[in-house]
Ligand binder design. Structure first.
Ligand SMILES: [Fe+2]
Length: 518
């Protein structure tokens, strides 16, 4: 077996084209160039379109070593896409360069495929071949569609529990998965709490907190070595966005939540984090980070059935008013200049909402839109807001609700809360959309059906129809007649092998912003 050093010595003297070729001669394929599989972090696909998707991998034979155990040289990696899972009919193949500058990650934009069907893909370097992944193409815009099923997930604190929900998600029959962010958490507390008492973490980060590009890379590696996560990423195309913890808790724009960190210093951390995010996500070249920013807002259509708008609620947002937290109203909440999406993204969304090319319009984003009263006890005299949500940004929220009031059949999909919520969004007194907040894969630990105090939140907020505090994901089942969101919950995440079950289904009928829960 060749070690990394052997590879470094030999790479310069070898015909590099031959290293990556999937049809390489038998003698080459009999050798391994690496100490261990370079595909340790798995494979993934993302950003599906009617004619293709992105396929991803990242070479890391020794994931916790410098550069993942890769030599500091650019290496070609062969890839191929097949119309069957035995790779009997190859419909696309090529070679991509794995560059040390990008941590030897590979993003291939595959096109020229047929719409609305599954494909299989894999990678090879030297004699090492990856496991295969699967991805579906989308229905062409305008095509009549009778149904669409997709998954929604996010908030996967590695230390809070196992990723068994991902294994269950991998087994679902889905067109794609929307990931609302918190793919990782950048810090590590000493212990977790259950019912206000400290408990041992089910598993631990290797790093206490991540700051540099190398830190973030090692942190992603630890997460991606989890085979439940790899299973889901290899089975479904992901629509990836980020929330706060891919960078730092509750950051917005160039503002750290740690008030002593100057903007220019925080910008360096954000730049490292954004590069690491790009390197590990199956996203298109359009999302290449530039000056620490990623243009993550984009639009996806599925036939004439759904148009999904993926939003970025962090990068262009004005600072949280009231110094953040769960707090009563402060004057900053009503600041007419406050922003959540920022001007350019708001104009882009406005144009997208005006296109009227699908029955259902979806906003796929991070932070809760319902301005809920969060009081959980009787001794709280004033309404409490989640300041790090749309609730504390009156002006942009009012503008958006008024805009949504002009179109029919709108559904907002949200993450961040680590609980399931279903409710209605209002423009003044008129319901204009349904909002489904998906729980977390693991963040928050096992949980319970209803968190202490949530009965009070339900009682105080007529727009809210359903609350649940277990881990899991949601599955959206969309037809021309109705939008159904299934809340899939885990019995336990503190131990491996937990079971999943459907806790509830929320239904929105076409033509009416209303909700029934069953
Ligand atoms: Fe989270």
């Amino acid at each position: 077996m060749f070690t990394r050093r052997t590879l470094i010595r030999s790479a310069g003297a070898t015909a590099l084209g031959a290293i990556g070729a999937i049809g390489a001669p038998a003698i080459l394929r009999a050798q391994s160039w690496f100490r261990d599989t370079p595909f340790s972090l798995g494979v993934a696909s993302g950003d599906p379109a009617p004619d293709g998707f992105v396929i991803w991998t990242k070479l890391a034979p020794e994931p916790y070593e410098q550069h993942g155990g890769m030599p500091m040289s650019t290496l070609p990696v062969a890839w191929e896409v097949s119309s069957d899972d035995r790779f009997a009919t190859i419909v696309a193949r090529g070679e991509a360069l794995a560059r040390p500058e990008l941590g030897h990650s590979i993003h291939v934009d595959v096109s020229g495929l047929e719409p609305d069907r599954p494909y299989w893909y894999r990678f090879q370097i030297g004699s090492e071949r990856s496991l295969y992944g699967r991805a579906r193409t989308l229905l062409r815009p305008g095509t009549a569609a009778s149904s669409l099923k997709f998954g929604v997930c996010g908030c996967q604190n590695f230390e809070s529990g196992y990723y068994t929900a991902y294994r269950h998600l991998a087994r679902e029959d889905l067109a794609f998965v929307f990931h609302y962010g918190d793919f990782m958490y950048e810090y590590s507390p000493n212990y977790l709490f259950e019912q206000n008492l400290p408990v041992t973490k089910p598993r631990e980060h290797r790093l206490r907190e991540v700051f540099s590009l190398d830190d973030y890379r090692a942190h992603y590696a630890q997460h991606l070595l989890d085979l439940d996560l790899q299973a889901a990423r290899s089975r479904h195309a992901f629509l990836s966005t980020f929330d706060d913890h891919e960078i730092e808790n509750n950051w917005v724009q160039d503002i750290s939540q740690r008030r002593d960190v100057p903007a220019e210093v925080f910008a360096l951390r954000r730049q490292a984090a954004m590069q690491a995010w790009y390197e590990h996500m199956p996203v298109r070249a359009a999302m290449f980070p530039r000056n620490g920013l990623i243009a993550v807002n984009r639009r996806l259509t599925y036939g004439n059935l759904m148009a999904m708008n993926l939003l970025d609620t962090r990068s262009f947002r004005s600072d949280q008013p009231c110094d953040d937290g769960f707090k009563p109203f402060c004057p900053g909440v009503a600041d007419p200049k406050a922003a959540v999406l920022g001007q350019a993204q708001e104009a882009w969304l406005d144009a997208s909402l005006g296109r009227k090319d699908a029955t259902w319009t979806c906003l796929a984003q991070q932070i809760m839109m319902m301005p809920l009263d969060r009081r959980t006890r009787d001794d709280q005299p004033e309404k409490i807001l989640n300041i790090d949500s749309w609730a504390s940004y009156d002006a942009p929220r009012t503008r958006l609700m008024s805009r949504l009031g002009k179109i029919d059949n709108v559904v907002a999909l949200t993450g961040d809360e680590h609980q399931n919520f279903a409710g209605l969004l209002y423009d003044k007194d008129k319901p204009v959309a349904a909002e489904f907040v998906s729980t977390s894969i693991s963040s928050g630990g096992d949980g319970q059906d209803v968190r202490a105090g949530s009965d009070k939140i339900l009682a105080n907020n007529a727009q809210l129809k359903f609350v649940n505090d277990q881990r899991g994901y949601t599955v959206c089942e969309v037809t021309p007649e109705a939008w159904k969101t299934h809340f899939m919950v885990m019995d336990k995440v503190s131990v491996p092998g937990g079971a999943i079950s459907r806790r509830a289904t929320a239904t929105v009928p076409r033509g009416q912003a209303s909700l029934t829960i069953a």
